[in-house]
Write a protein that binds this ligand. Sequence first.
Ligand code: PLP
Length: 401
Amino acid sequence: MNDYFEREAKFHMHTYGRLPILFTRGEGPFLFDEDGKKYIDFLCGLGVTSVGHAHPKLVAAIKEQAEKLLHTSNIFYTSPQIDLAEKLVNISFADKVFFANSGAEANEGAVKLARKYSKMHKGEERYEIITALKSFHGRTMKMLAATGQPDKQKPFEPMPIGFKHVPLNDFAALKEMISEKSCAIMLEAIQGEGGVNPCEKDYLKAVRSLCDEMDLIFILDEVQTGIGRTGELFAYELYDIEPDIMTLAKGLGGGLPVGALLAKEELAAAFSPGDHGSTFGGNPVVCAAALAVLDIIDKEGLLESCKNISFKINERLTEISKVAPITEIRGAGLMIGLELSKPIAKGVVNACLERGLIINAIGDTTLRFLPPLIIDEGLANEALDIFEDVMKNLSEEEKAN
Ligand code: PLP
């Protein structure tokens, strides 16, 4: 038995409440631990490995680029970065792209861009960003301030100024919050870490119209919802709207760290050389990986298959909810949240893990499934057999875990 548990506790800062498993290998929709035990990965490293583990095309693209060129900095041109920027522009509403290394960083860039544009065109005082309660935008200080979860902010106060929060799907509250200081509204189309809470369609459309009316910038954080997770390439397509700025990360790199900030031309033009940058952002290897991910999604018809499997999973979960303490099934595509009537989420996660299924708990009463887009119906059913069995037979001891 490896002593990883003790060594991690000794050498790594205690920032994660980790589950006691050491994974050594991944293949398609499966992860394998150090003893070779196989797990169905219904979490994808928190929505990242959407095309599965070690997809041969993704591995080949990374290898090929790593053998040619790993890094130059952004003082110079590299072709995978330009190819990926062009690709993202061609498949989205946006005209320009900037690359970061994570979701939080992409969001930092979005806020900087919105503030600079507002300053240039609307005056010094319009800097406030309105976000939603229960949102999650990242762990940097500014994104913590943007995140509408006071318990996460408390230990690090004082927070950077300029962020206001309103309840999601409450249009009146949002309107009320707008002042002469407002610069932008920033939302997740479906809140991820906050509990898989979708924006209502009318709400998001009304927010779009309100931004137009009040001359506000509309930022969509698609770090979790983007790159096919909801069955569309971007969640805004589900709502028949377009944002002014969008951020991506997670699924884009297929497992390598990449973030992207996308904007319409008029906004993007607010950035001049020296305004924003990143040593690693848009590195040739991660861009080659992202290009491969987008190609795999396209060539393997993963958006269509995501919608089909999502439908089957939801049908099955509806059946399971008749015999298990599930009160609500939320989300879109393969971003699925389950509300439980009892505080047993962590016990369910542990019991599933024991039986070879990886799912996620958000708090005590919410479960989250983020299976890979490559999953087929047979494996989805196998995973749901485990889940159903756990939900029906959870012992008192397991419920308490
Ligand atoms: N935005 C959303 C919607 C997220 O779900 C996350 C991470 O879960 C982030 C931002 C932060 O991304 P990262 O952890 O890559 O900084």
